[in-house]
Design a protein. Structure first.
Length: 192
């Protein structure tokens, strides 16, 4: 199943276009956006990441969508779903993730896009569970996870295998949301 574009109240979650590279490279070079990553990314690294994201769509039909404001900026970052690209105690698994340009923080865009992605994950892809993870100190990202109903348990914390041993950003928290929990959260809030 190839999911093309998802529309929410204020956003389009859409396939990537070549023109997204410039603003994507800018946000990946912004130290505020990359505070919880080992370092900012170069233009070449952004290009490679964009190619990997597009490749994921080709293989799976879903991925980290480019996010566009319906009444504004044609690219503010990405939000979406991805197969976790490493082995850990919770894999294989599908994660939900986000990265937005700093100017687009604080407006509820990540949450709005994430809720649409979860709906797709549970109603169309019929996943049993969606996970999300980040470094322990990433308060803003953890707040999105909590706002969309994900739950954290200390027992799930893990060392990210792509971060070198001893690095302060190696320790990660894992959040989970199962389909039954998601349905229960939505009961009475939204019609099917
Ligand atoms: C993580 C990230 C996407 C969170 O963005 P965010 O804008 O804080 O998250 P949300 O979209 O959920 O917005 C919530 C904020 O918008 C505010 N808001 C304003 N209008 C809103 C609306 N209509 N609906 C909901 N919230 C709204 C909320 O009050 C909240 O503000 P607060 O942070 O002052 O409490 C962003 O910080 C980011 O891109 N970080 C860098 C990349 C990163 O670390 N990614 C995760 C790596 S694992």
């Amino acid at each position: 199943m190839q999911i093309e574009t998802i529309e929410t109240e204020r956003l389009l979650l859409r396939p990537w276009r070549d023109a997204d590279l410039e603003p994507f490279a800018q946000l990946n070079a912004d130290a505020r956006v990359m505070e919880h990553f080992p370092r900012v990314a170069s233009r070449a690294e952004s290009q490679a990441l964009m190619a990997r994201i597009r490749g994921h769509f080709d293989r799976h039909g879903y991925g980290f969508w480019a996010v566009e404001l319906k009444r504004g900026d044609p690219f503010i970052g990405f939000v979406g779903l991805g197969t976790v690209p490493f082995d850990a105690h919770f894999t294989p698994a599908v994660e939900i993730g986000w990265r937005l340009a700093h100017a687009s923080w604080g407006r509820g865009y990540a949450g709005e896009a994430a809720r649409a992605a979860l709906r797709l994950a549970f109603l169309e892809l019929l996943l049993d569970e969606v996970v999300s993870f980040t470094v322990t100190a990433n308060r803003r990202s953890r707040a999105v996870m909590e706002r969309i109903g994900m739950r954290h348990a200390d027992v799930d914390d893990f060392d990210h295998p792509h971060v070198p041993a001893g690095h302060p950003m190696r320790r990660h928290v894992l959040y989970r949301l199962g389909r039954a929990e998601w349905r229960a959260l939505r009961a009475g809030v939204e019609d099917e």
